[in-house]
Design a protein around this ligand. Sequence first.
Ligand code: KG4
Ligand code: ZN
Length: 364
Amino acid sequence: MTQVATVLGIESSCDDTAAAVVRGVPGNMEVLSSVVFGQADLHSDFGGVVPEIAARAHAERLDVSVAHALEQAGIGLCDIDAIAATCGPGLIGGVVAGVMTAKGLSAATGKPLYGINHLAGHALTPRLSSGVVFPYLMLLVSGGHCQFLIARGPDDFTRLGGTIDDAPGEAFDKVARLIGLGQPGGPAIEKIAQDGEAKRFAFPRPLSNKPGCDLSFSGLKTAVLRARDDIMAEQGGLTVRDQADLAASFQAAVTDSLAGKAKRALEVYLDLAPATPTFCVAGGVAANMTIRTVLETVCANSDVAFDAPPLALCTDNAAMIAAAGIEQMPLRAPDGMDLSARPRMPLDTKSTAMLGSGKKGAKA
Ligand code: KG4
Ligand code: ZN
């Protein structure tokens, strides 16, 4: 029988400095503490995350995050069984800061160190939040990523498709900027879209007529830019109604695209005849209630259970990294002091590279 483990998780791959303590066995875990220091205020003047600022902030805040996580869990470093830290993919300065902190703690305490793929953290979150059993279908949809995965085991993922250009969260953030809303764009667009008319602008649903599960969002973003420019040329600026209608029409296009490809991904997944068919969403964009509701309906129509983790576990956090550590510990040896931080780190190494693939290798 797998032993109960208490794991300290560390996450620093983008603009959230996070530490957490999770205890349990694979598929049955409890979050003892989860501390997240966001950096939105540090980047707000720049219209996006500035890697150097993010890296410095991570380096300054990691120690205190770990101290808070241990204190809130009511334990000391001597009580943990292992340290799990995001080792990629992400902004390299931040990932290095997290990996170095984890190595230092491991060297000082003798506790084993596990480098965790950030995407595996998101993809395994339903195991932490509700003990969903393998194999399940996962839509990982965040600021940097968008992919349909079949999660067959803690380190066994098959990618069915994903975005060929922008991630949806990135599109939400860019569109928010285009129409004069604050960052992060996702929550800002979702809020104002509640008062908008989603049918006012007929934005494209790229790749919807193409077979497969791939998606594209950069053309949609350009379409919003054109619609905005037309309004600006006509009236000299955007009214709140224009902002709301643009936001609602954009959100509807993203939702339709995701729902259309989710149906296809479900067909492939259901061919495996899973015992308890389950479709899970994770990543920051999974916080969007319009998207969640439509995906839930798609699942209900196919008699598939729908699972969306609580919002705090959907956006970047360290509990998902600690949980991935608990899931993977029984399957592999700990990493050594040669564990490296990787800006690119595909989750399914067997599939062809996609988003961000290039000379340095596949990002996702
Ligand atoms: O998973 P996450 O915290 O970070 C990574 O990208 O890994 O996701 C952040 C992204 C941002 O782009 C943000 O705008 C988006 O998730 N997001 C949302 C919502 N809340 C956060 N997008 C749409 N609707 C939301 N309610
Ligand atoms: Zn993430």
